[in-house]
Design a protein around this ligand. Structure first.
Ligand code: MOS
Length: 718
């Protein structure tokens, strides 16, 4: 039987954060530290004919300039989570790509040095956008179930529409930064990352050294959202600089370089034909998605279907996908990478269907519920989406909604719209290893694969540890993101909790057993710490590991080697997804046509909630980002010269406090009975899935204007 709900508790690192005691990678100080800065490519494609570095080297303080000659020739490889990246190469694949690295005694000298380097380039033709000449459409494998063509031929109502989600860049508060120290034959890297294990392996492979001599620490991360899940371009450059100079080297990339050094959310276009029968049952879907990609990017195009096909019980689903190859850096995972744009499109189409059928959009969704993963035929381990809709509708006051578009207005002419949309996200699991150390002095140490980037994994681990064990929390150390403490996996895809938390339960059971063996039948009162003290041991440590359902020890071995070994959401006996329902009110001002979002109600089914406070905070963050996606964010491309133009937060507009008001968050908090011993599923990413559709649906309800391309801006509503 699952244990009772977890109580609310404060964030374990809250005081460290507000007092400035939490150390981020850029805070690391070392004697003799050198500062680095990259020289970015001014063109989108071509070849470096010559790098003129003499003037830069004459600047006082500039100590070294790294060029392609400082790296063994490397191939550009498809960008997958832990492939090695090239060091510096003369072939230019995108605008903003680093061509050289300046190393200097001061940051100022590094910046001045970078500006003084002259690059002679042989340019080549490039495709800046998905509509540019030369942007090749490359089909990806279909993801289909049943016979959508036949189902649609028999449908009585069909909605057919196209939707577009723009290119976007993650802009976490913490900038991209790497500090590398080469000493005593070891390389130590401090970097804000979701994947310290992959950095260890990829940097070693890029530089031709043994991964066993590389340590990576990423104890505290100031926002990640998938951007820091991949090995970034600057990391191996800074590491190489430390090895060549024999001194610690730090690079903090200016905000503008976030648009070039890391991955991004690619533009995607979604063409949907959704059919329903006379009773309002959705019977078939033909869904084609085109995704922007780089020339060699491995970010798969067909995963948009993995969520959309499981949102409702639709047996006949044709999922078509293609990459459009452009000359950019590789796109990658950005918070709910596929589910979020897919649910904008799909949940907009469902809203359009509700008007065509004359059905309430909440009731229509509830009538299309399922207990089965229609793609695999497996049962869902749990699904409480209808409960989310029910609770949300009640809290929001949905029954007071006049269904007619443009029917609800304030006396001053402000148009009011109420919209609903759902989201879902796979519940994945990554193999992980953990150690629990209980010491006679009363201290406790838990080290596990996982990274803390603000989502609250330390707090959730502490919640389970204190439920399972009597411990002094002031003497509790939780080590994550540290390859010297435990092998580290890619912590992403909202699998962090499910991959780490059940290990606490397992480790405590193993520890009790180990202590019992040590006591050899004697009964000694007190805590485990006291029992260990009684037998005169300084500490006892146990190691435990976990793989996903259906995985074997090979997956664990891959993980230990810094590899990627995630599994789910379809497991041998069931499929596990998390769900959410969002209810949004918008107000459209009569003269300015500005859209405001005064209130949102979001109810999630993430299984058992382990850390109520950080969980609610995750959902609020996701909702804010969903509003931002709906109304603000887009990366602009320069069609003349290629590359991304936004350079800072003045030009890449994100939602701020002024854009959000009341966000009421709730949880069904029903444990999943099959997925793990705690009953938890996934949360972070599902939070934002469907928000942008709920906003767009509310804008339609307010104005009668169906807007199918994000972001929705004032000029769309004039
Ligand atoms: Mo996830 S794409 O690591 O926010």
């Amino acid at each position: 039987m699952p244990a009772p709900p977890f109580a609310d508790r404060p964030r374990i690192d809250a005081l460290d954060k507000v007092r400035g005691a939490a150390a981020y990678a850029a805070d690391m100080r070392f004697p003799g530290l050198l500062h680095a800065m990259t020289v970015p490519s001014p063109v989108a494609r071509g070849r470096v004919a010559a790098l003129e570095t003499e003037a830069a080297l004459r600047i006082p303080g500039v100590t070294r300039i790294l060029t392609p000659a400082d790296f063994a020739p490397t191939q550009r490889v498809a960008d997958l989570p832990n492939s090695p990246r090239p060091g510096l190469v003369p072939e230019i694949a995108f605008r903003g790509e680093p061509l050289a690295l300046i190393v200097a005694e001061t940051l100022e000298a590094a910046i001045e040095g970078a500006e003084a380097v002259r690059v002679r380039i042989e340019g080549a033709p490039f495709s800046a956008t998905v509509d540019s000449p030369g942007a090749a459409r490359e089909p990806a494998p279909d993801v289909s179930t049943g016979d959508a063509a036949r189902a649609l031929a028999g449908a009585s109502t069909i909605v057919e529409a196209s939707y577009e989600s723009p290119t976007q860049h993650h802009n976490p508060i913490e900038l991209l930064s790497t500090t590398a120290v080469w000493a005593d034959g070891r390389l130590l890297i401090h970097e804000g990352s979701q994947n310290a294990g992959a950095i260890k392996v990829a940097v070693a492979r890029t530089l031709g050294i043994d991964p066993a001599i590389v340590d990576v620490k990423s104890a505290t991360v100031g926002g990640a959202f998938g951007q820091k899940g991949w090995v970034q371009r600057q990391t191996a450059l800074v590491a190489r600089a430390a090895m060549l100079t024999g001194r610690p080297v730090k690079l903090v990339a200016p905000r503008g370089q976030i648009f070039h050094l890391a991955t991004f959310r690619p533009l995607s276009r979604h063409r949907i034909r959704l059919g329903a029968d006379a009773t309002g049952r959705m019977v078939g879907v033909h869904y084609e998605v085109d995704q922007q990609n780089s020339r060699s990017g491995g970010f798969p195009a067909n995963q948009y279907h993995d969520g959309a096909m499981r949102l409702y019980g639709i047996a006949d689903y044709a999922g078509i996908a293609a990459n459009i190859r452009t000359d950019t850096q590789a796109p990658g995972h950005m918070r709910a990478p596929y589910e979020h744009p897919a649910c904008f499109a799909f949940e907009s189409a469902v809203d359009e269907l509700s008007y065509r059928l004359g059905r309430d959009p909440v009731a229509l969704r509830m009538a299309n519920d399922t207990r089965t993963d229609m793609h695999t035929g497996k049962p869902l381990s749990s699904r409480f989406l209808n409960e989310c809709l029910q609770i949300g509708a009640e809290r929001f006051g949905w029954s007071r909604r006049n269904p007619a578009p443009a029917s609800m207005a304030a006396p001053d002419g402000t148009q009011i719209g109420w919209g609903v949309a759902c989201g879902l996200y796979p519940t994945l699991i990554h193999p992980a290893v953990a150690t629990l150390r209980i010491a006679a002095d009363g201290s406790t140490r838990f080290a596990v694969a996982g990274h803390e980037f603000g989502q609250g994994i330390r707090t959730a681990l502490a919640a389970v540890l204190t439920r399972e064990l009597q411990i002094d929390e002031r003497r509790l150390q939780i080590l994550v993101g540290d390859t010297t403490a435990a092998p580290q996996h890619l912590t992403a895809g909202s699998w962090g909790s499910a991959s780490a938390l059940p290990l606490v339960v397992q480790a405590v059971a193993r520890m009790r057993q180990a202590v019992a063996e040590l006591l050899d039948g004697r009964r000694i009162a007190g805590t485990l710490h006291q029992q260990i003290a009684t037998v005169r041991r300084p500490f006892l440590e146990v190691e435990v590991s976990q793989v996903g359902p259906g995985q074997d020890s090979a997956a664990l071995q891959r993980m230990r080697a810094g590899g990627y070994a995630v599994t789910g959401p379809a497991y041998p006996d069931f499929t596990t997804m998390s769900y959410i329902a969002h209810f949004v009110e918008v107000r459209v001002e009569p003269r300015t046509r500005r859209v405001r979002v005064p209130r949102v109600v979001s109810i999630a089914d993430c299984g058992r909630v382990v850390s109520p406070r950080t969980a609610a905070s995750q959902v609020r963050g996701g909702v804010v980002w969903g509003i931002s996606h709906a109304l603000r964010e887009a990366t602009e491309t320069d069609p003349r010269y290629g590359g991304f133009l936004n350079n800072d937060l003045a030009e890449y507009v994100v939602a701020t406090n002024a854009d959000v008001d009341e966000i009421d968050v709730g949880f069904v908090d029903e444990p999943d009975p099959l997925f793990n011993s705690i009953g938890l599923k996934s949360l972070g990413e599902v939070s934002m899935v469907g928000v942008s559709a709920a906003v767009a649906n509310a804008v339609f309800h307010a104005t009668g204007r169906r807007l199918r391309k994000l972001p929705i801006r004032v000029d769309d509503l004039l």
